[in-house]
Ligand binder design. Structure first.
Ligand code: ZN
Length: 420
């Protein structure tokens, strides 16, 4: 066996083992603390809510375990099992042009992944979310969403793939630099197009009507010296009872989007504090830092792909007998996650640092108590667990554990989770 095959198999196996182990820890920990609402939350979160959050967390983790194993099996089938190679020969029969055949191969593999992932999507929405009372998606909406998503994937994915494959075939040795530049350009275009052209395909966006809330939002933006073009309300309730708020767009054309579900569950001061938190991610330059990190990470990825694509062993070790640009691209996209998962705890820790900083900013420019109350309401409404396993949380969570986060906002020490 080629050493690279062994390394891939070893890291993929380690990935599955660590994910399953962490998920099982999370299920155990949450179940152990199912009966007792942690101190500081008991005033808002009832023991029924708390138990429901524990059951919801455990159900999602169980589904996640099955999905992790399933995805690893698919990755094995596509690589060592010859899946990529088979799709490649079908694509080559369909088109004499290597560029078109390569694009068809990439689209074919991603199409297969989308179809194979569909049972999980259906189960998640219509069984899991349904059972816990979150689902609002009708089957017809689900089908239309899938069709739109696939059409977009075909159009945008096809364009990017064809562009990268063309650069690989024509730009010579340093193609990866040009490929990276094209990738960044596409990212910018997508950021521009998302709020204008893509998001409206799935949701309705209407300007914020509530005058009092609008005045609060404007006052906050003025206080923080922040320019945003518009404030919208999105009909998130069409699909789910989960609430959220986000910023979108570039430069001065930024938009603020509130889910209608968020506005219906929070008071105006709480909405303002949540917005102050989101705003902090811009004012504290978290978003630019992430963009710069992403740009450098993708440069590294393209450089690595540029080198790997020229190595015959890269193809042979991963189940592809013939060297083609499309196969290099596919192998790279499918195999790198088996290696990069080891740095995900670092990224999660970085994100949690940003969350604490954004909370502190919101406390300075808005109201710490309102944000704490808003978060507790959101934890309750979204059935988020208040008692995550510390190790699971350290590895996966982009946001700090609820008890620590609320304690910091209220200026008290984080209470230790009680033993039942
Ligand atoms: Zn945040």
């Amino acid at each position: 066996m080629h050493p690279f095959t062994s390394a891939f198999l070893l890291l993929l196996a380690a990935h599955v083992i660590v994910q399953v182990w962490l998920a099982r820890r999370q299920i155990m920990f949450v179940s152990t603390h199912r009966a007792a609402v942690p101190p500081g939350f008991a005033a808002v979160v009832s023991s029924v809510d708390h138990a429901r959050a524990a059951d919801y967390t455990a159900a999602r983790q169980r589904l996640g375990i099955v999905e992790t194993v399933y995805e690893a099996a698919i990755a094995l089938w596509l690589t060592l099992g010859g899946g990529i190679a088979s799709v490649g020969s079908i694509a080559a029969d369909m088109s004499p042009s290597p560029l078109l055949a390569g694009t068809l191969q990439v689209l074919g593999v991603f199409g297969a992944l989308a179809v194979l992932g569909l049972p999980f999507g259906i189960y998640r929405v219509f069984v899991l979310e349904q059972r816990f009372g979150f689902n609002r998606t009708r089957p017809a909406t689900f089908v239309v969403d899938q069709l739109k998503g696939w059409a977009l994937g075909l159009l945008l994915g096809g364009a990017v793939t064809a562009c990268v494959l063309w650069i690989m075939a024509t730009a010579g040795h340093a193609w990866w630099l040009l490929g990276w530049a094209a990738w960044l350009t596409f990212g910018l275009l997508a950021t521009w197009a998302w709020p204008r052209l893509i998001a409206p395909l799935f949701n309705r966006f209407s300007p914020l009507q509530d005058e009092a809330l609008r005045a609060r939002v404007d006052a906050l933006l003025a206080r923080c010296d922040f320019r945003a073009k518009a404030v919208y309300v999105m009909d998130g309730s069409r699909r789910s009872a989960h609430g959220n708020a986000y910023f979108t767009g570039l430069g001065r054309a930024k938009r603020i989007v509130f889910f209608d579900t968020l506005l219906s569950s929070l008071t105006p001061p709480q909405v303002e504090s949540v917005l102050a938190h989101e705003l902090a991610h811009f004012k504290l330059r978290h978003i630019p830092q992430r963009l710069v990190f992403g740009a450098f990470a993708s440069l590294g990825a393209f450089a690595l792909l540029g080198w790997l694509a020229g190595q015959d062993w890269f193809y042979a070790a991963l189940g592809v007998p013939r060297r083609t640009d499309a196969a290099a691209l596919l192998l790279f996209l499918l195999v790198t996650p088996a290696f990069t998962w080891v740095i995900s705890p670092l990224l999660a820790a970085w994100s949690r640092r940003h969350e604490y900083q954004a909370d502190a900013f919101a406390a300075r420019h808005s109201d710490a108590e309102a944000l704490a109350a808003a978060l507790v309401t959101l934890y309750k409404d979204n059935a988020s667990t208040l008692t995550p396993d510390p190790l699971y949380s350290a590895f996966h969570d982009s946001h700090p554990p609820p008890a620590a986060r609320i304690a910091r906002l209220r200026g008290t020490a984080a209470p230790v989770a009680p033993r039942p």
